[in-house]
Ligand binder design. Structure first.
Ligand code: ZN
Length: 348
């Protein structure tokens, strides 16, 4: 199987994004897993397949926001981690939600979820919260959660944004759930990873708030770039490098339906490449059936041309493709990079 070996003494980050969907998983020593969001291809859920492959059970499961491209397969991971297990041994399960009520709030969900998949994920979360309230993670800004030897810190959403969202939803009004996406920082042995979910700067100034809350956020070893690399999700201060030698790993998941990320001058990927020499994408922003098979490198100009050529055959077949994994060892130094099938790198 095209997956890296586990390294018991390393911090490992896995990012999957097959065309539409995003799964982020972290394995921290000694053997603790965080599963954040999910993605599926052909009814097969990458989150649970990843857990099955490594024989792992997550300690933390987080749905950053219940949009369809993040909610896929989350309920399956929750089901597998909580069936045949005493509630006291369940993982902690996080979702940004309004109050201590859960079931009663389902009425205002009409504004919050988009479809049966998200409803299924939220229902699974509410069910476990009701059965064992101690498993609930409220994901308050500043909350720190242990993940084995690593520390997971909630950087967003800000309290004001979450209050505003739930006021609007309970009044039956629209509010963009991206603005209350959960942003996490994972820290282990001086390695800092920032997982940006779909937090945007515009609207809502979500990243300005994160930077005001924690000014160390730009000093990261890796960033799961927010919102599929959309231009509105980038903040110049987050992208600023303190020195040319501290080049971080920036990972982007595509969202084909929205043609994200974009490559034209001034847009997403071009903007990011003003600050680093290379970015990693888990796939091309095209449907799953149109991904290239082998990992490959592109020049930005190739992707800017409307008719850029790409390897189209044979096509991908599903998990574990459209993936990039990074592994940091305790002894320090740059991470080991595993570029899965279908992933690409882009350089100027
Ligand atoms: Zn998304």
């Amino acid at each position: 199987m095209d997956l890296p070996a586990l390294d018991t003494d390393a911090l490992q980050l896995f990012v999957f994004g097959p065309g539409m969907g995003e799964l982020v998983a972290i394995r921290a020593p000694p053997n603790h897993w965080l599963v954040m969001d999910g993605c599926s291809v052909g009814g097969r859920h990458y989150g649970q397949q990843l857990m099955d492959h490594y024989g792992a059970v997550p300690s933390l499961i987080i749905l950053t926001h219940p949009h369809l491209d993040h909610a896929k397969g989350v309920s399956e991971v929750i089901d597998a981690a909580t069936s045949d297990t005493e509630p006291k041994d369940w993982p902690r399960i996080g979702l940004v939600w309004s109050t201590h009520e859960t079931r009663d709030d389902l009425t205002c969900l009409t504004r919050y979820y988009d479809g049966a998949v998200s409803e299924q994920a939220i229902s699974a979360i509410f069910d476990r919260w009701e059965r064992f309230p101690a498993c609930r993670l409220e994901l308050r800004q500043g909350e720190v959660i242990a993940l084995g030897e690593a520390r997971v810190k909630v950087l967003a959403p800000a309290p004001g944004a979450r209050t505003q969202a739930f006021q609007r939803w309970s009044a039956g009004k629209a509010f963009d759930a991206n603005c209350i996406s959960t942003v996490l920082q994972v820290e282990w042995e001086g390695v800092r990873l920032v997982l940006g979910s779909d937090m945007v700067e515009n609207p809502g100034q979500g990243w300005s708030n994160v930077l005001a809350f924690d000014s160390n956020v730009p000093r990261h070893a890796a960033l799961k770039v927010a919102h599929h690399g959309s231009t509105d999700a980038q903040h110049p201060e987050l992208l600023k490098r303190s020195s040319p030698t501290d080049e971080p790993f920036w990972l982007i998941t595509p969202f084909a339906n929205q043609k994200l990320p974009r490559f034209q001058p001034g847009e997403g990927v071009a903007l990011l490449l003003d600050h680093v020499s290379k970015v990693h994408l888990t796939g091309i922003p095209r449907s799953f059936g149109k991904q290239g098979l082998m990992p490959r490198g592109y020049r930005l100009a190739e992707l800017q041309s409307p008719a850029h050529s790409m390897d189209r055959s044979p096509s991908l077949t599903g998990f574990p493709d459209c993936m990039v994994a990074l592994s940091w060892s305790r002894s320090g130094g740059p991470p080991t990079v595993h570029s899965g099938r279908g992933s690409i790198t882009v350089e100027r």
